[in-house]
Design a protein around this ligand. Structure first.
Ligand code: CA
Length: 140
């Protein structure tokens, strides 16, 4: 686990750095596609959101959610990602939804930096956003 300080601008800069963002999302997609068939199944996508902990914990605060409610939530997320209703999420669908999610997080964060505790996960997009910000500060 690591603690990063992050605000909306950090996340937005990361998303707007298209080459960097696309590569990060693609890396995450590849890591999630555990059976290597080039698309994310319902279970594979669920793993993504479990690791991001966006649902079970609201920015670090654990909230109790019943397994039935969680299943409904994950199903609705899957259907959102699976734009063409093919039953699997391809790379383009994943990219465009992740972009929307990250921008929604940026809006939610606003301009007030908050501390976030992230699991150790090399593919965490928020971690990468923080890393990008840190590398800019170091270069400045
Ligand atoms: Ca797959």
């Amino acid at each position: 686990m690591g603690v990063v300080v992050i605000d909306g601008t950090t996340v937005r800069d990361f998303v707007n750095d298209e080459a960097h963002f696309t590569k990060s999302v693609d890396d995450q997609f590849t890591a999630l596609d555990t059976n290597n068939d080039g698309v994310l199944s319902r279970a594979e996508l669920r793993t993504a959101f479990e690791s991001m902990r966006l649902i079970e914990s609201h920015f670090g605060i654990d909230v109790a959610t019943s397994p039935e409610e969680l299943k409904k939530l994950y199903d609705s997320i899957f259907e959102k990602f699976d734009c063409d209703g093919s039953g699997a999420v391809d790379k383009n669908e994943f990219r465009s939804e992740m972009k929307k999610i990250m921008l929604a997080i940026a809006d939610g964060l606003g301009s007030f930096p908050i501390q976030m505790i992230l699991e150790d996960d090399d593919n965490s997009l928020l971690q990468k956003a923080a890393d990008l910000e840190a590398s800019k500060s170091a270069a400045a």
